[in-house]
Design a protein around this ligand. Structure first.
Ligand code: NAD
Length: 484
């Protein structure tokens, strides 16, 4: 195993992911057989099935589901609808899920799948037929169930598709009392959880906030600490990018450019994100936004002058060709695999801080885990205890007031540590509980990654995150033993 990512010209996400793994694995002391077991993809299901189009014609579509690691079950990972999806890509994305879950302490193996179609080219009725047919096949082949494999939204899918999935599963298995837990990212009335929609984007924001408040990272990047005033470029305003943009905007960062599939908008003075959202709602595009200049090629946005570049669309966006021209000092990998190993090596040489995908976009799977638990518990978080907690809190507060007089300095009584904002107050609603647990997960994991990087003198945050994840997975295998 090499100690630096080997150069490879092919922009294959699977090869890149293996490259990153091998690079990090060389810093661990695990036996070669153990590393090989952690590295390999445990199972892949590939199917072709007919889709009846609205005009009556038949089109054959290809779909996949990769289960990278069975060291914990169920496996967990998104469902992607994209014309670029391949079996290799599903395997790579599943592998990233394995490390992501281990890193943030979510007890799942990694999975990923989807259908090789362009959702923009199909009607809602066609997408529903594809989703239901694909789901039925996965259920039948034991590639989808609350205990074995639990999908979630990804590129090209959202709550609507997750709703079709749970309904199909329930129709096939009405006896399964846990049927709601067969998929996460569902609409609220179908067993979803408040906060899941914004979880990944918010997690991205929290991860960047931790980075710009870490002295070592800011020394490396040559930037002042703090989010306020940081110049941000975001590529992709879908589920992840739009919620990240909102959080940066609200925290006082300057969104200098936003890129979508049909072009980008740029204003070095900063874009009013709320106004952009309203403009896009009316016009169906961000192009032509008043006061900004349009860039016909969205890839140009990646090279604009800024402090933080947030690729939140697809893999392989920053590669050997454009990386030398990228001017950001922090690359925040909101998408999965947006930076190739060649680009990563260039950034390392130039002291650019790369916040790795397996950490930065883990907010989605973290809140998916809470949704899965809620579905298995058949009760929402806080429902049984809210009133009791409120009463206890009120009595305690009144007793303290009698002892010390009024105290209202906004300080949390029990700070959890780091830069976590106040913990939720007793009697908090489900969304508050969920977002607070998300924040705690992102802050604590950031600290662990930084500490590991420093303790083992590792070259970058990606290697540190991967080493941490490998150690946790190896530990599970060691305690589990290897099945004879
Ligand atoms: P999405 O489909 O909601 O949004 C993607 C957006 O990117 C779309 O608006 C699309 O038009 C835009 N886009 C596509 N190509 C582009 C280009 N070349 N330039 C600019 N914009 C472009 O997808 P999403 O759920 O936001 O996922 C985005 C990325 O984040 C993917 O890599 C996904 O795997 C990853 N991710 C998503 C989640 C989640 O919870 N949805 C969780 C973890 C990781």
């Amino acid at each position: 195993m090499s100690t630096t990512p080997s150069p490879s010209s092919a922009m294959n996400l699977f090869a890149s992911t293996l490259d990153f793994f091998d690079h990090a694995a060389a810093y661990t002391r695990h036996a070669p057989g153990m590393l090989e077991q952690i590295r390999c993809c445990n199972a892949v299901h590939r199917i072709n099935f007919p889709l009846r189009m609205d005009d009556g014609s038949i089109r054959v579509v290809e779909a996949y589901r990769a289960q990278h690691s069975h060291h914990r079950l169920p496996v967990k990972g998104g469902m992607r609808f994209s014309p670029d999806l391949t079996e290799d890509m599903a395997m790579a994305l599943a592998m990233l899920m394995t490390f992501k879950c281990a890193l943030v302490g979510v007890p799942f193996g990694g999975g990923k799948g989807g259908v090789r179609i362009d959702p923009r080219a199909h009607s809602e009725a066609e997408l529903e037929r594809v989703t239901r047919r694909y789901t039925a096949d996965l259920v039948q082949k034991r590639f989808l169930s609350p205990s074995l494999d639990v999908p979630a939204p990804d590129y090209g899918t959202g709550e609507r598709e997750m709703g079709w999935i749970v309904d199909t599963y329930k129709t096939l298995h009405p006896e399964d009392i846990n049927h709601l837990a067969c998929v996460t990212g569902k609409p609220l009335p179908l067993g979803g959880i408040p906060g899941r929609r914004e979880a990944t984007g918010l997690g991205v924001f929290i991860g960047v906030r931790e980075c710009v408040n870490a002295e070592a990272d800011m020394r490396q990047a040559g930037l002042e600490g703090g989010v306020e005033g940081k110049r941000i470029v975001i590529q992709g305003l879908g589920n992840v990018g739009s919620h990240a943009a909102q959080a940066f905007h609200e925290a006082g960062a300057k969104l200098v450019a936003l890129a979508e599939i049909d072009g980008a908008i740029h204003n070095p003075e900063g874009l009013d994100y709320d106004a952009v959202v309203e403009y896009r709602r009316r016009k169906g595009t961000i192009l032509g936004f008043p006061g900004a200049c349009d860039l016909a090629d969205p890839a140009e946005a990646l090279e604009l002058d800024c402090d933080v570049l947030v690729p939140a669309a697809l893999q392989n966006q920053v590669h050997a060709d454009n990386a030398p021209r990228v001017r950001a000092r922090i690359i925040a990998e909101a998408a999965n695999g947006p930076v190739t190993p060649e680009a990563d090596a260039i950034f390392q040489q130039r002291g650019v801080v790369v916040i790795p995908d397996m950490y930065l976009n883990a907010g989605g799977v973290t809140v998916s885990y809470f949704e899965w638990l809620k579905n298995l518990n058949h009760v929402s978080f806080g429902r049984m205890t809210r009133r009791y907690e409120q009463n206890v809190y009120r009595s305690l507060f009144e007793a303290l007031e009698q002892l010390h007089g009024d105290r209202d300095d906004g300080q949390a009584l029990l700070p959890i540590g780091g830069r976590i904002s106040s913990p939720p107050s007793p009697g908090a609603g489900e969304k508050e509980l969920v977002l607070s647990a998300l924040e705690e997960t992102m802050v604590i994991t950031s600290r662990q990654v930084h500490e590991r990087k420093q303790a083992d003198n590792l070259p970058d945050l990606r290697t540190a995150a991967m080493v941490l994840a490998i150690d946790k997975i190896a530990q599970t295998y060691e305690y589990m033993g290897i099945f004879p």
